[in-house]
Design a protein around this ligand. Structure first.
Ligand code: 13P
Ligand code: SF4
Length: 310
């Protein structure tokens, strides 16, 4: 096999062979490029992918997403080899908080329950009491002892949304996803006014004033399930553009309009078929987490996995 081949079908076939030979599974986030989503064993949101990573009996997990997702898989399944085909695929929001910064704030705040979004490093998870994803943030906050004050990190938008939904007193870290945070209420209003017959679905990483305009607020897979079950025909989608692929594949008769066509996460678009092939051929780059970080980080993730989806 010539790895330089330009033929996507040949590359895809070779990836399939190597996945079988190595007893590997290909986990793919909903924002990945269509050609990567199309060869996934499971395409999903952060919560579904974490659950699959913790349950699979594969020996190797090839994670097509960003670094914190592969790291989460490695924390949950340390006996497996976790490959992240493009090592530099990161999450700018996860980089907005450090373990030291969180430690310092905890010290200042005193007795506080820390809920960290899965979009964080293993070190930050290790400093947290429980993790959450966009699919279960409300249930996670509701699972916290009502006597305790809550600190949510690092997404201020998800934290404010959770505060509104639960009525809990929630302090938050001032981080955000640059892609979702960039969607303005003015832009959302413009698309809504042009398509008054469409439902507006928004991701909780969007700013509060955008979420106030939304008909439905869901994680990426939450949006996919919602659309499949809805009798509605037209939807405005307030999240990263990658999700338009699974939405249109599963619902060819429905219409999907991006709330803003500029919502593209460059890190989520770094992984191509050739990267996946190279990762499987060379069994690198491997994502590992040292035990002293992994064990407390896993505690926070396990607590999250015991909480149902919202
Ligand atoms: P979900 O797919 O879990 O909703 O996450 C969105 C996201 O931004 C992942 O980076
Ligand atoms: Fe991070 Fe936002 Fe990209 Fe998701 S879409 S990986 S939260 S920067």
């Amino acid at each position: 096999m010539n790895t330089e081949s330009d033929n996507p079908q040949k590359i895809t076939e070779r990836i399939g062979q190597l996945l079988k030979e190595k007893n590997a599974i290909l986990l793919v986030h909903n924002y990945q490029l269509p050609e990567i989503q199309d060869i996934a064993d499971l395409c999903g949101d952060s919560l579904e992918l974490s659950m699959k990573a913790s349950e699979t009996d594969a020996d190797v997990i090839v994670f097509c997403g960003v670094h914190f997702m592969a790291e989460t898989a490695s924390i949950l399944s340390p006996d497996k080899t976790v490959l992240l085909p493009v090592e530099t695929a990161g999450c700018p929001m996860a980089d907005m908080i450090t373990a030291k910064g969180l430690r310092d704030l905890k010290q200042k705040m005193g007795d506080v329950e820390v809920i960290s979004y899965v979009n964080t490093t293993a070190e930050v998870k290790a400093e947290s009491d429980i993790c959450c994803s966009s699919a279960n943030a409300v249930s996670v906050a509701n699972s916290v002892d009502p006597q305790k004050q809550i600190l949510m990190t690092p997404d201020r938008n998800l934290a404010q949304y959770t505060r509104k939904q639960t009525g809990r007193e929630i302090q938050y870290w001032d981080g955000y996803c640059p892609i979702h945070n960039n969607l303005s209420a003015q832009q959302a209003e413009k698309v809504k006014a042009a398509h008054p017959d469409a439902l507006f679905l928004a991701h909780p990483e969007c700013p509060p004033e955008v979420l106030d305009l939304a008909d439905v607020v869901k994680s990426t897979s939450g949006m996919i399930s919602y659309v499949e079950e809805s009798d509605h025909r037209k939807f405005i989608i307030g999240t990263e553009a990658g999700i338009l692929h699974p939405l249109s594949q599963a619902n060819p008769e429905k219409v999907f309009l991006p709330a803003d066509p500029g919502m593209i996460c460059a890190d989520m678009k770094k992984t191509g078929l050739r990267d996946v092939l190279r990762a499987l051929e060379e069994m690198t780059p491997v994502v590992n987490v040292p035990e002293d970080i992994r064990v407390p980080a896993k505690r926070a993730l396990d607590r999250m996995l015991a909480v149902p989806r919202d």
